[in-house]
Design a protein around this ligand. Sequence first.
Ligand SMILES: Nc1ncnc2c1ncn2[C@@H]1O[C@H](COP(=O)(O)OP(=O)(O)OP(=O)(O)O)[C@@H](O)[C@H]1O
Ligand SMILES: [Mg+2]
Length: 236
Amino acid sequence: MREPAITQTPAMIELRGLVKTFRHNGIQVDVLTGVDLDIFRGETLAVVGASGVGKSTLLHILGTLERPSAGQVRWEDQDVFSLDDRSLAAFRNRKVGFVFQFHHLLAEFNALENVMMPALIARVPQAAAREQAEAILVRVGLKERLTHRVTTLSGGEQQRVAVARALVLEPEVLLADEPTGNLDPKSGIRVQELILELNAEKGLTSVIVTHNLEMARVLDRQITLIDGKAIILRGE
Ligand SMILES: Nc1ncnc2c1ncn2[C@@H]1O[C@H](COP(=O)(O)OP(=O)(O)OP(=O)(O)O)[C@@H](O)[C@H]1O
Ligand SMILES: [Mg+2]
């Protein structure tokens, strides 16, 4: 059993009083009503909870993909939502790898091209981008699928391409929404092990939304959302 990351101060990421309200057909939905949470460098944090409680919403705001209705997200003491959209996008590309719940791969491209894409956008030279993308695809067990168009891959294979794409630029923080959701147990364990290996090797900080209780169990801490607030289930 690994030593859990010691919760150090100050936190790497601080969520303070986060509120998110959606308006749908004139009805107001209060999804997050005041989330306070610290995330520490090098920890692995599981986010669990029933469907619709706001896990994806929380992850999107944490990853700066969506702005909160109120409250702050501070990364190393910087209030990230005070940045304009362009600076925020640059910040996000540098720091965060995101695995979406519905992976959002580019359908017309193959696995390798999908994984190379963030590297090319970050102006990594073509040959190096290809090398990095191949290496991470091998680690998720897709060595034999590099040139397959993603629409011809199984749901679980597509999910692993999405995990590889999130990790190709070696982000400081991995935010993953159900990364083992569509995976058979063996592939799920492979993704789980990869995340733990990168945590041990490179201190990758991970926040992982999961319904997979085995996955939640092996991470350092576990939280849930109740009435729009974060409750720590395990860990300090
Ligand atoms: N863009 C939106 N407009 C209106 N309502 C939204 C929007 N996004 C999310 N919601 C609502 O916010 C609530 C929380 O959604 P969210 O996707 O965060 O839940 P979740 O915990 O990730 O659920 P699941 O486990 O099913 O993925 C839901 O009731 C959803 O309908
Ligand atoms: Mg969700």
